[in-house]
Design a protein around this ligand. Structure first.
Ligand code: 9UX
Length: 72
C-alpha cells in the first residue's frame, strides 16, 4: 500500500538544499516519489508502507543535516 506523508523541513538555506533532500529521499528503498518545496519548507513523500516508515524518512533527512517534523 502506498502512503503519503508531509513533513516540515528546517535548515534549508539555498535551492540546492531542497534538491539534496529530494535526491536523498528518492534513492531510498520504498520511496515512490519525494518532492521538497523550499519556499514552503515542506517535503511530501509517497512511500510503500511496509518497506519504509516515517521514522526512517526522518532519520535520513536528519542525517543530511536538516530538521524534520511530521505534519499532522
Ligand atoms: Mo546551498 Mo544547502 O550552498 O545544504 S546546498 S546551503
Amino acid at each position: 500500500k502506498i502512503k503519503e506523508q508531509t513533513f516540515e523541513i528546517t535548515g534549508m538555506t539555498c535551492a540546492a538544499c531542497a534538491t539534496r533532500i529530494e535526491k536523498g529521499l528518492n534513492k531510498m528503498q520504498g520511496v515512490e516519489n519525494a518532492t521538497v518545496n523550499l519556499a514552503l519548507e515542506k517535503a511530501t513523500v509517497k512511500y510503500r508502507d511496509g518497506e519504509l516508515s516515517p521514522m526512517e524518512i526522518k532519520e535520513k533527512v536528519e542525517g543530511l543535516g536538516y530538521g524534520i517534523v511530521t505534519e499532522k
